[in-house]
Unconditional design. Structure first.
Length: 343
């Protein structure tokens, strides 16, 4: 067997392993978890090279790297096609929801306001929005109902009837928590959870130190695994509260977790459905477009979907999309729902 065919088989084995990890929970092992936070388009590069090399030397086998490349561009990179596309529209009260980590105070507010005016949501869940309710955004939300606690801001065109703060598992000195509100829509009350799970940023940066000496790699791995475990514990805590809910539920925010992660699986097992997975088309990436702005200012491409809107069966998503990348290092996620009279 010629070398190019061996390379194709090795490439097929790697892509199969990645795909299997996505099915079973990529972050069960640190290497799979690390891969979740890397640009998955990198796995297309060997495929492009192998297509060219195979075409040149073993043309009858070119279908193999071509199929693998298409698999990477599709499922591995997270391209989504709504499973129920083309079916009849659901009935119920229409509601438009937006979630956004706005990094309040760090960026120009004009693109944010422009996106709000363009999207015209009914319910907004902000994260990293300390003091946002009393700043320049107060004028925009003048006629809205607001609940603000620490980094969280929930704004609604519908009445907010309750607000509670619940603690999440945390490490270090700063406590972490989520905000739960009740939104009254007609005769129904929707439980709204505004969440922001632990960032992996520092634990990912720990791997950079390993470049200066391999002896640091075990420490970096342990720090990263602890970070993954903490984020999963936070998701399980939220799932515990969801088990007590009896009516419509909406959970949204910066979960710092791609869709194949155990965090998202935990919330799905708690009875939630991801709005983009149900009604979005494309990749839906929300993060990454600011990471290279100092080195490659013109490259503003997102490559991770770590911000989510998830609901239980009382709310049916009819459309979901992501917004501008100019206002924050996160893009907003916007979704249209129909609130049912019964699940």
């Amino acid at each position: 067997m010629k070398p190019v065919l061996w390379l194709n088989l090795i490439y097929a084995a790697v892509i199969a392993a990645i795909s299997l990890s996505y099915r079973t929970g990529a972050d069960r092992f640190w290497l799979g978890a690390l891969n979740l936070y890397l640009p998955q388009v990198m796995w297309a590069v060997p495929g492009i090279i192998l297509v060219a090399a195979t075409w040149k030397t073993e043309r009858t086998w070119v279908w193999l790297p071509l199929c693998l490349l298409l698999w990477v561009i599709g499922p591995v990179m997270g391209y989504n096609i709504p499973p129920n596309r083309g079916q009849g529209e659901a009935s119920g009260v229409p509601i438009r929801v937006m979630t956004w980590n706005i990094k309040y105070g760090k960026h120009d507010l004009m693109p944010l306001v422009e996106e709000m005016e363009r999207s015209r949501p009914d319910i907004v869940l902000f994260q990293d929005a300390v003091r946002a309710g009393g700043g320049p955004l107060a004028g925009y939300f003048r006629d809205w109902h607001l609940r603000s606690q620490g980094q969280y801001l929930v704004a609604s065109r519908y009445p907010l009837t309750a607000a509670e703060v619940h603690e999440l598992p945390y490490s270090g000195r700063g406590k972490e928590y989520f905000l739960r509100c009740k939104v009254r829509v007609g005769s129904s009350e929707v439980s709204v959870y505004d969440v922001h799970f632990k960032t992996p940023r520092r634990s990912l940066n720990a791997f950079r130190k390993a470049k200066h000496g391999p002896w640091y790699l075990p420490k970096a791995i342990q720090r990263f695994e602890d970070n993954v475990s903490l984020r999963l514990a936070q998701a399980m805590t939220v799932a515990g509260y969801l088990a007590r809910e009896t009516g419509p539920v909406l959970v949204a925010g910066d979960m710092n977790s791609p869709d194949p992660s155990l965090v998202c699986r935990t919330l799905r097992e708690a009875g939630l459905t991801d709005a983009f997975a149900a009604a979005g088309t494309g990749y839906g990436y929300t993060y990454g477009h600011f990471l290279l702005r100092n080195r490659i200012p013109w490259l503003r491409l997102s490559w991770m979907r770590i911000d989510h809107i998830m609901t239980n069966s009382w709310l049916t998503a009819s459309r979901c999309w992501v917004g501008t990348g100019r206002a924050s290092d996160h893009r907003p996620v916007v979704a249209d729902f129909f609130l049912k009279d019964s699940p």
